[in-house]
Design a protein around this ligand. Structure first.
Ligand SMILES: [Fe+2]
Length: 316
């Protein structure tokens, strides 16, 4: 009986928020200043200006396919050494499933998400002006568990990552697509292997706030190597009224293949790239991880640029 009541209450609450969205919310959303705006084509930027247009139109763009080819190989060798213990611990036979978080003796935060075949090493910029607003006081995954590793620690250990963060094209792209802020709040190094658990046909977006991510592939990523898959143009939420209503009024973040068809957004396309390929995407676009074939692994570095502003683009 209580669960029946809860179901009724949930339906009433959803019905109310759908009405509120249709009567007021929708107009407000469309009238508010958009976060992601069509770039103005700055003079002297050449190829980079075109890449900003691609990011704006598609929601993702490859910034460089070869600039980091050599550096990625060197960085991968160092990361492999650093991950040795984590891989040994996490791949030892034992109970599997769920997420295990561990802080090491350098106060670094490791997490293993067994269902996704993923091991992550996380560093954060605790001094970033938006840090508390994004994570809440002391409640980022790392901080809550006693982790204290900062981006400065990461740069001291791996100067290559600082070099990457300071890439002029990436800085300019982040400024364009992250409200003028080109400083990542968090950086993760990730190793991903095969897992049969997740249903990769479901797609999602990350947050209702504006979020930009940059990925550097450290291994060749093709079919069967876990490429990120993104629905082209799906970050223009205003173009897809049904999806927008489900996001805003029903608080949906995860979508089935059937819903994807109903919204009329494009099927996801995998982002392939050689080792050293650097691309960025708005994670307000609808996207999904994909599986890694048995016996293979995908390594990548992820840079997270967050904003406190509610996401929208000006393409209606
Ligand atoms: Fe995501």
């Amino acid at each position: 009986m209580p669960s029946l009541l809860k179901g009724v209450e949930r339906r009433v609450r959803t019905g109310f928020s759908v009405c509120a969205w249709r009567l007021l919310g929708r107009r407000r959303y469309f009238q508010a200043e958009a976060f992601l705006k069509r770039p103005d084509g700055s003079k002297g930027e050449g190829d980079l200006a075109l890449k900003k247009v691609r990011l704006y139109e598609d929601g993702f763009v490859t910034l460089s396919s070869n600039r980091y080819a050599q550096a990625a190989g060197i960085a991968l060798a160092a990361f492999r050494r650093d991950f040795e213990e984590a891989i040994r611990i996490y791949e030892a036979p034992g109970p599997s499933g769920g997420r295990i978080v561990r802080i090491d003796d350098q106060k670094r935060c490791w997490s293993w998400i067994a269902d996704s075949g993923v091991i992550r090493l996380l560093y954060e910029d605790r001094g970033h002006p938006l840090y508390e607003g994004i994570f809440g006081k002391g409640h980022s995954l790392s901080q809550a568990r006693g982790g204290a590793a900062t981006l400065q620690d990461l740069y001291a250990r791996y100067p290559f990552v600082q070099h990457l963060v300071e890439d002029p094209d990436l800085v300019s792209m982040a400024r364009y697509a992250n409200g003028g802020d080109s400083s990542p709040i968090a950086i993760q190094i990730e190793r991903k292997v095969h897992s049969e658990k997740p249903d990769y046909s479901f797609l999602h977006f990350d947050t209702i706030r504006s979020t930009l991510k940059a990925y550097l592939y450290l291994t060749d990523v093709e079919e069967g190597c876990g490429p990120l898959a993104i629905s082209k143009g799906s970050h223009h939420w205003k173009r897809h009224p049904l999806m927008l209503e489900e996001i805003m009024a029903r608080r949906k973040t995860r979508f089935s293949p059937e819903e994807i068809r109903r919204y009329g957004i494009s099927p996801p396309v995998p982002i392939h790239g050689k080792a050293g390929s650097l691309f960025c995407f708005t994670s307000n676009a609808i996207h999904s991880a994909t599986d890694v074939a048995p016996g293979r692994e995908r390594w990548s570095v992820h840079l997270y640029y967050y904003s406190l502003r509610r996401y929208s683009s000006d393409w209606s």
